[in-house]
Design a protein around this ligand. Sequence first.
Ligand SMILES: *Cc1c(COP(=O)(O)O)cnc(C)c1O
Length: 382
Amino acid sequence: MNNSSRIPFNRPHMTGRELHYIAEAHMNGKLAGDGPFTKRCHGWIESQTGTAKALLAHSCTAALEMAALLMDLEPGDEVIMPSYTFVSTANAFALRGAVPVFVDVRADTLNLDESLIEAAITPRTRGIAPVHYAGVSCEMDTIIDIARRHGLRVIEDAAQGVMASYKGRSLGSIGDFGAFSFHETKNVISGEGGALLVNDPALATRAEIIREKGTDRSRYFRGEVDKYTWQDVGSSFLPSEMTAAFLWAQLEEAEGLTAQRLALWDVYHERLAAMERAGVLRRPIVPTECAHNAHMYYILLDSGIDRQKVLDYLGEQGINAVFHYVPLHSAPGGIRLGRAHGELGVTDSISSRLIRLPLWIGLSVEQQAHVVETLATAVELA
Ligand SMILES: *Cc1c(COP(=O)(O)O)cnc(C)c1O
């Protein structure tokens, strides 16, 4: 197959205004963080999600680290989370000396199994970090209820959850903190980028201080104090105006970007129904209370099928499909820094059977049909 007909796994989509806004930032002569574009992005996230305070960060990883700092975690404290997630969910807390406690996921949504959380709580538990996998919400009412009853913070890893909701509430705005990612593999992008959503207004000022190297510089710029000084621990978590300008071009089109992804997702979902009926794979399940954002289209192969053979065949036919995650509880870092609670049988099973299909704006229906047909052949051969 020649190179031009290869189907990449991801292709970052530009709305067309990115360079225009970067040029505007350049003309403003304001290149460091917290200029007009950053403020616009903050305002957009706040009105879109209803969060008390949105703060751009240089990544979702950085936003999670800010949340961990705001929790004043101490070595030996514990945070409950799924093992089936990206490393940053765990590392943000491990960096503070806290212990990630891994709990199994639900077989339907592949999200943290809320029915297993309470049994994992110990006197050292300080928080719960649900991850909204594929932009499909965790069972937040139950998780918030458990957290309230045990005095725990809820940190939503909403890296994949921009523009998705649970019972009408935006992901990232439901727990105490939410973290968005604008990495180029996500739905709304700025290359690298992220945001912390601070949903408890009492923590907003301290969040600004932690983000600005431990100083009250944000209050100084608002004229609330006449000089800025060292107040607290902190680091430099803010992105430059160039990144914020790029992001603004994406946020102002976020609704359209989501609609286009949903249309692609629906094509796969319809065309893969027959293979699900034939019992060779299962398609994603989205509970009715969740409005997802089509962050990804994944399939779960039947356990008798050799995933590597399927991936190899797709690759030979020019289709770049991928898998993730290697479960954290069995990775070297997870064994050393974390602890598994219970068996994690669902995690082990799904992580060995999952395949993510190419999904990006610009992918044609013909290309999607080719992916589905090639997958059908691959499954027969595997
Ligand atoms: C992408 C992702 C992250 C990390 O986002 P960055 O912006 O690259 O730091 C964290 N958690 C999950 C679940 C992700 O998918």
